[in-house]
Design a protein around this ligand. Structure first.
Ligand code: NMX
Ligand code: MLT
Length: 399
């Protein structure tokens, strides 16, 4: 068959063999040295894990399985339809998930609701059950794939339920079985025009993966290395994505832009905007959406959203503000989060506290796909070495 599981089953043995070959031929070679600065500086650029789904280059940006963002037209129509059908079959959300979301105190941040809803599905984990029943290691990937597909299939309904609960008085909308995964998310949130659907497809594609070291991917990966099931892993990743230096930056960008509009009007001059940026920096705050731990160029995910905006909303005032900001800040360069909220606002998704949930729905694709590979390739428990200041002092100051 050419369903996902059969395709994977057919290519896993060769990849396992490849990994064994790398270990045998190169296992004792040196990948890099680690400086004290790196140990103190958030482990930036230390090569310490495998991540097959995507690879980031500081100058070029992300490649997903070797393809740049601009080249992403991958599946054939039949492949896309088959995955859509597979997800549709698994999409129904158990009633208790709505009750869990509804039971949280009013005002609970959508990302907290998201993590709680994901965890509330964990009792359904096939992997956890199979592991407890003594599943052999070579078969781990099979229930991990099941769990991952079940979870990915349910994420649009979870996200839409959080949206409707938080902002639309809790009136939920049923999925439309004729729609694809992304369009159904827009539909269940209450947005049915084709432009919004197309924006959602773009959004959910470009946020899917950004190699293994970013906070959400690494958190998911780390927890998975303990053989926690995909529900537990994704909840960990989502908790990391909820931080303002990571995924929550897309919410922060909008709050910041609204402050600009409030103080400077809808269409500020470059000079006024520059002064506003300086005020932000002098107040000891970051300019959200700008800068990146790895990228040293404009994020191609930003560029493709800009191209979408130039085509569909060229005269939208918030897009113009976003463009002027680009001209003013330039360095550090804008990342994906500097643009995404502008598109959402245009199509009427105006509640910026919700934006990181959409990032998370997309990010699940990459981190859960890698989770399947991590188990298929038998990756071990992650356990890097930590140090104390005393140890570093003793080692380098000769006492
Ligand atoms: N505003 C103000 N200062 C900044 C910014 C910014 N947007 N970006 C970097 N810097 C500063 C940074 O604090 C550092 O200062 P210092 O040397 O005084 O500590 C200096 O510029 C060099 O920073 P880098 O080493 O290039 O970046 P680093 O790896 O430390 O930080 C981020 C990366 C993403 C944490 C940082 O750029 C930032 O806080 N950006 C704003 C938040 C944001 O947009 N995050 C989203 C990232 C994408 N995502 O979705 O996860
Ligand atoms: C991401 O998409 O994860 C962000 O750009 C952050 C990162 O890569 O570190």
């Amino acid at each position: 068959g050419d369903d996902l599981k059969s395709v994977l089953a057919a290519c896993i043995p060769a990849e396992q063999e490849r990994l064994r070959g790398i270990k045998t031929a190169h296992g004792s070679k040196v990948l890099g040295e680690v400086t004290v600065d790196q140990a103190l500086g958030g482990m930036r650029a230390i090569p310490g894990m495998l991540w097959e789904v995507s690879l980031l280059d500081a100058e070029e940006g992300i490649r997903l399985r070797g393809h740049t963002i601009a080249e992403l037209q991958i599946p054939s129509n039949e492949q896309a339809d088959s995955v859509s059908a597979e997800l549709r079959r698994r999409a129904e959300l158990p009633d208790h998930v709505f009750r869990v979301i509804g039971a949280l105190p009013p005002g609970t941040h959508p990302m907290t609701q998201f993590a709680a809803a994901i965890l509330s599905l964990q009792p359904d984990s096939e992997f956890a059950k199979a592991y407890a029943a003594g599943l052999p290691k070579a078969k781990y990937w099979e229930p991990v794939l099941e769990d991952s597909l079940n979870l990915i299939a349910k994420l649009p309904a979870i996200a839409a339920a959080i949206y409707r609960h938080s902002f639309k008085g809790g009136r939920f909308i049923d999925p439309d079985p004729s729609l694809d995964w992304a369009a159904n998310l827009a539909h269940m949130m209450g947005f049915d025009d084709e432009g919004c659907r197309e924006m959602m497809r773009l959004y959910l594609t470009i946020h899917a993966d950004h190699e293994g070291g970013n906070v959400s991917a690494h958190a998911t990966h780390l927890v998975g290395s303990a053989l926690s099931d995909p529900y537990l892993c994704l909840a960990a990743g989502i908790a990391g994505l909820a931080g303002p230096l990571h995924g929550l930056a897309n919410q922060e960008v909008l709050k910041w832009m609204f402050q600009v509009q409030k103080q400077l009007g809808p269409d500020p001059t470059k000079e006024a905007l520059e002064a506003f940026v300086w005020d932000t920096l002098k107040a000891g705050k970051v300019v959200p959406g700008y800068g990146h731990a790895v990228l040293r160029t404009t994020d191609p995910r930003y560029t493709c959203q800009r191209e979408f905006a130039l085509k569909h909303l060229p005269d939208y005032p918030l897009f113009k503000l976003c463009s002027t900001l680009y001209d003013v800040v330039k360095n550090p360069f804008p990342n994906v989060d500097a643009h995404s909220g502008v598109l959402l606002q245009y199509y009427g998704i105006t509640e910026e506290d919700f934006y990181t949930v959409l990032f998370g729905v997309s990010r699940a694709l990459g981190v859960l796909a890698q989770g399947v590979w991590s188990r298929a390739l038998g990756f071990p428990l992650e356990r890097p070495k930590s140090l104390t200041m005393e140890l570093i002092e003793k080692r380098f100051s000769g006492h």
